[in-house]
Design a protein around this ligand. Structure first.
Ligand code: NIG
Length: 382
């Protein structure tokens, strides 16, 4: 058995209810799993000196769209000049993604994965959704599956141009041949339930077909305005409903009495000049929150979870601790996993050494790269 000891930790955040935050600690990882939390000075085959700095669980990014080609910098510039964000921008990326080879998609997605790792993201979910035809959706899921075991089939991202005016036919394709091609490579199915994408009935059909094919459910909802996405996600028992920018009382009530996590994507609201969700109200009502980057070329081109935490605290009125928990344990819950997002004995040895005495510096020092080392499965990464 090989043991890595991260020693001389000034402040260790475990997310373990029995241990909480521990001062002057050593984290022992054996064969890729946390085996013990000891006092500074523990022995091991390999020692990483944290130098009195803070160590946190690796970030769990439960919402990304890393498989795509092309660039939408001009669209972002137009938005900053006053143009609104619309779901239709997805089609621009679809054209570029269809034109890319499998090898190109692999290289692009792997580079983004590496960037996320350097930012302290030790586990992430990856969606398809920029192919929108059977072959490119399958290829996207296959490429994603090389990088994570949390792959989400998102054929119902938007109606592609060739199906304009025939959304019902496209939903038939998504629920039929496309699902059959993608399900073997995916764990989840997702639908963008929003004005300009799919309505409630279409979304329900997609989710039901995915469930019948053995996939877990996720929903993009309430991003661009109030709508049925959140309530549909709860009704269908989805693991997570993501965005939640516009939450009405009934949405909060539904979420609070459910197992569905509300995943907030504040970098999206930043990048699309939307209002921020009222996370404070939702959390106070008992809603389980996660925070994710939503890395994608249109609405949120970032792999910085630290940036998301800064927005969540400053603009969504979460406490620093709530934000960190939402980006680690919350992400794990949104993916229905108990092996990541915390550093209890038995958990995956995923940890981040911060170049700071406390995780509060992630918010206090916005824009500063504070990840000194990323440890994934007990090995140095990123
Ligand atoms: O989560 N909401 C839908 N999908 C992405 C946006 C994709 C795009 O604009 O390319 C999102 O924000």
């Amino acid at each position: 058995m090989s043991a890595l000891v991260i020693d001389n930790i000034g402040l260790l955040v475990t997310n373990d209810p029995e241990r909480g935050q521990v001062r002057d600690a050593a984290l022992v990882i054996e064969d890729g799993r946390v085996s013990a939390i000891e006092r500074t000075g523990a022995a091991g085959d390999e020692r990483l000196d944290a130098g009195g700095r803070c160590v946190i669980p690796g970030f769990v990014d439960s919402h990304t769209h890393l498989v795509f080609a092309g660039d939408r910098g001009d669209e972002f510039a137009a938005r900053m000049a006053g143009a609104p964000y619309a779901a239709g921008g997805i089609r621009v990326t679809t054209e570029a993604t269809r034109a890319a080879s499998r090898e190109q998609l692999r290289e692009l997605a792997a580079a983004r994965r590496a960037e996320a790792l350097r930012a302290g993201i030790t586990h992430l979910e990856i969606k398809s959704g920029y192919g929108l035809d059977v072959d490119t959706e399958r290829r996207s899921c296959e490429v994603a599956a090389e990088l994570t075991d949390d792959v989400t089939f998102l054929g119902a991202h938007v109606v592609p141009a060739e199906y304009e005016g025939r959304a019902g036919d496209y939903v038939d394709l998504v629920c039929g041949d496309m699902l059959a091609a993608c399900a073997p490579h995916a764990k989840w199915i997702d639908v963008f339930c929003e004005e300009g994408a799919f309505d409630e009935e279409q979304s329900r059909r997609v989710l039901a077909a995915g469930r019948d094919a053995g996939l877990g459910l996720r929903v993009h909802g309430n991003q661009l305005g109030p709508g049925p996405g959140v309530r549909l996600a709860v009704e269908m028992g989805a693991a997570s409903v993501d965005h939640c920018t516009y939450l009405e009382d009934a949405d909060i009530d539904a979420l609070a009495g459910s197992d569905t996590v509300a995943t907030f994507l504040p970098a999206t609201d930043f990048s699309t000049r939307q209002p921020y969700p009222d996370a404070r109200r939702a959390i106070d009502a008992g809603v389980a929150p996660a925070i994710a980057t939503n890395c994608n070329p249109g609405s949120s081109y970032t792999t910085s979870m630290a940036f998301c935490l800064a927005l969540a605290v400053r603009d969504m009125h979460m406490t620093m601790e709530e934000a960190l928990t939402a980006a680690t344990l919350g992400g794990a819950r949104a993916l229905r996993r108990d092996d990541i997002g915390h550093l209890s004995p038995g958990a995956r040895g995923d940890a981040v050494v911060l170049d700071a005495p406390s995780y509060s510096h992630l918010v206090y020092r916005p824009g500063v790269p504070l990840v000194a080392a990323t440890i994934a499965g007990g090995s140095a990464a990123g």
